[in-house]
Design a protein around this ligand. Structure first.
Ligand code: NAD
Ligand code: DAU
Length: 337
């Protein structure tokens, strides 16, 4: 066993998938530092929490002393940074936590990387940093950053900090930028789990604007495999786009969910558009495919069927995450829908 990886934000949707996957397939140690915000859920990790090569630490990536002491205590060799405030709609309500965690937290990790001379940092970022596409074309790694929401501006800022550390200090860092993830354990503020749970409960499905915004969907398992590929074989200082080659309009996604659940389309309710709503995302994944040999494996039809089934099979998880604070957020965002 060689690497001890500090995984940050490992109690969230993607980070927990990464930890479950890696600890069941690879011979590494993982230390998971997570602040357990509303989106962080220890239940996502029950299947691996007793493993001897896994340690959980409750705390924030903004706490420089804590991050350093964890790295020293556990002989951490590298960092994979998933920790973030991740929901666009919440960033429109209050951008401050986004700057605190996504920008200042990333700065702490970069400084720790340098100070302790760790071998690498993989910074998990998003296609949203590139802004919005028209009908044609895809985002490549050369597309200029042009974020439109406070969330994507905070992620773009963190990416720029990573680039600056690479240029200025030769810091061993890599950025991954991925498109929209779906799969089990996703917090039901995001489109797919929100629509699945509302449809199961015969509640209205709130679609923003005309529902024709396009997202490039990727199963979370594919994303985690791509990150692992980049962690092992990616070139330091580089950016790698990750995507699912699966462009769908929101209304197509919502209708697919209704059809699989055998629910009527009359549940769809078009509501006011998200301010600054990006029209279309699509990732060009030639670089990671040709240079590192990674491609998405799971197709949407099967992935969404299994995801819907997971939410049906896990009502306790769904009830536990829909706390009072969640219900307050839901009411603020959607009224009495
Ligand atoms: P999530 O909101 O489900 O999880 C975020 C996790 O970070 C939670 O466990 C939370 O407790 C933790 N966290 C928040 N602030 C923290 C802090 N200050 N210190 C330590 N932990 C903190 O998010 P996700 O969907 O799993 O996304 C993970 C990463 O992937 C994010 O960086 C996000 O920007 C990026 N990303 C997400 C998607 C997507 O579709 N969800 C796509 C591309 C990239
Ligand atoms: O593209 C990657 C990004 O994908 C990640 O960086 C973000 O962390 C993640 O939240 C996600 O951002 P989006 O804003 O694309 O995801 P969301 O699930 O919030 O919305 C997907 C689409 O569905 C978007 O066009 C808005 C629309 N939508 C969303 C919600 C929550 C609705 O129409 N109604 C809704 O209630």
């Amino acid at each position: 066993m060689s690497d001890t990886i500090l995984v940050t934000g490992g109690a969230g949707f993607i980070g927990s998938c990464f930890i479950r996957h890696i600890l069941s397939t690879e011979d590494v140690r993982i230390v998971n530092l997570d602040a357990l915000t509303y989106a962080g859920n220890p239940e996502n990790l029950t299947q691996i929490e007793k493993k001897t090569n896994y340690t959980f630490v409750h705390g924030s990536i903004q706490n420089a002393e804590l991050v350093k002491s964890i790295c020293e205590k556990h002989n951490v060799t590298s960092i994979i940074n998933f920790a973030a405030e991740s929901h666009v709609d919440r960033s429109i309500i209050n951008a401050h936590p986004f700057i605190d965690t996504n920008v200042l937290g990333t700065l702490v990790l970069l400084e720790t990387l340098n100070e302790l001379k760790l071998t690498k940092l993989v910074h998990v970022s998003t296609d949203e940093v590139y802004g919005s596409l028209g009908k044609e074309g895809k985002f490549t790694e050369f597309t200029p950053l042009s974020p439109n929401s406070p969330y994507s501006a905070s992620k773009a800022s963190s990416d720029l900090l990573v680039n600056a550390f690479v240029s200025t200090f030769n810091s061993p860092a890599i950025i991954t930028r991925c498109s929209n993830n779906y799969g089990p354990f996703q917090f039901p503020e995001k489109l797919i789990p929100l629509m699945i749970l509302n449809a199961i409960e015969d509640k209205p499905l709130p679609v923003y604007g005309d529902g024709l915004n396009v997202r490039d969907w990727i199963h979370v398992q594919d994303h985690c495999e791509a990150i692992w590929t980049v962690y092992n074989n990616g070139e330091l200082g580089q950016v790698y786009n990750i995507g699912g080659n699966c462009e769908l309009t929101n209304i197509e996604v919502v209708k697919t969910i209704l059809k699989q659940l055998n629910k009527p389309e009359t549940l769809i309710k078009f509501i006011n558009d998200r301010p600054g709503h990006d029209r279309r995302y699509a990732m060009d994944i030639e670089k990671i495919s040709y240079e590192l040999g990674w491609k998405p494996r799971l197709n949407f039809e099967q992935g969404i069927r299994e995801t819907i089934q997971w939410y049906i099979d896990n009502p306790q998880w769904c009830n536990n995450v829909r706390t009072g604070a969640y219900r307050e957020y839901y009411k603020m965002q959607y009224g009495d829908n």
